[in-house]
Design a binder for this molecule. Structure first.
Ligand code: B4P
Length: 195
């Protein structure tokens, strides 16, 4: 199996690149952001609980997200692999993911970290906010709050995966196709090495 984590701050292009990677490598896509928004649209209890966190730019509690991901993996066995987009976002989530995958006799092969500076991210998210209808993309203070959450809780994950020898930095500024090609180069190296 080929299991990839795509990592980076809000607006770095995780969703954009995941769509391309999953088509190219025939993977199942787990975007916790999309799953949470679908729960909210369906009006489920989980979606209602998540809404306030998302709208304030905070992370949703670990146990909610971890349970959701476990269900997704269990219902998507038999795929060539998974691309994890926006998950894990805390060390607790990363540890749970390692355990979960072990239970399914597989592991993460590579973590691709998209590097984009904060001012560019704010521009991208405010632009998306004009058309996406996403409350968390509408104003700069919520967006800056998402960055604070990222710095405090998600950034430490890069060290977690560096310690496992799985982390790769990729420049996330430039043409979407060029970034995709840089990501594929890293993925192909891992595939050739048969990690
Ligand atoms: P997500 O849905 O994961 O949102 P994101 O980080 O904003 O998006 P992404 O980085 O994928 O950006 P995209 O490609 O779309 O999370 C939303 C919220 O859900 C979180 O704040 C949190 O509350 C909650 N949540 C989700 N997962 C969680 C978890 N595991 N634990 C706890 N809470 C969780 O790109 C953004 C924009 O940039 C797009 O408009 C795109 O067109 C543009 N863009 C992309 N690449 C570009 C490029 N190269 N150049 C110019 N623009 C580009």
């Amino acid at each position: 199996m080929l299991n990839i984590v795509i990592f980076g701050p809000p607006g770095a292009g995780k969703g954009t690149q995941s769509e391309k990677i999953l088509r190219h490598y025939n993977l199942a896509h787990i975007s916790t952001g999309d799953l949470l928004r679908a729960e909210r649209a369906a009006g489920s209890e989980l979606g209602k609980a998540a809404e306030a966190y998302i709208n304030q730019g905070q992370l949703v509690p670990d146990e909610v997200v971890i349970g959701m991901v476990h269900n997704f993996i269990a219902h998507n066995q038999g795929k060539a692999g998974f691309i994890f987009d926006g998950f894990p976002r805390t060390v607790k989530q990363a540890e749970s993911l390692d355990e979960m995958l072990l239970g399914f006799q597989t592991t993460i092969q590579v973590v691709l970290g998209l590097e984009v500076e904060e001012d560019e991210l704010v521009k991208r998210l405010l632009l998306r906010g004009k058309t996406s209808g996403r409350v968390d993309d509408q104003d700069e203070s919520t967006i800056r709050n998402r960055f604070r959450e990222y710095q405090a809780k998600t950034m430490p994950l890069s060290d977690f995966y560096k310690a496992q020898g799985k982390y790769r930095d990729i420049m996330g500024i430039g043409e979407v196709e060029d970034i995709f090609s840089a990501l594929c180069t890293e993925i192909d190296q891992v595939k050739v090495a048969g990690v």
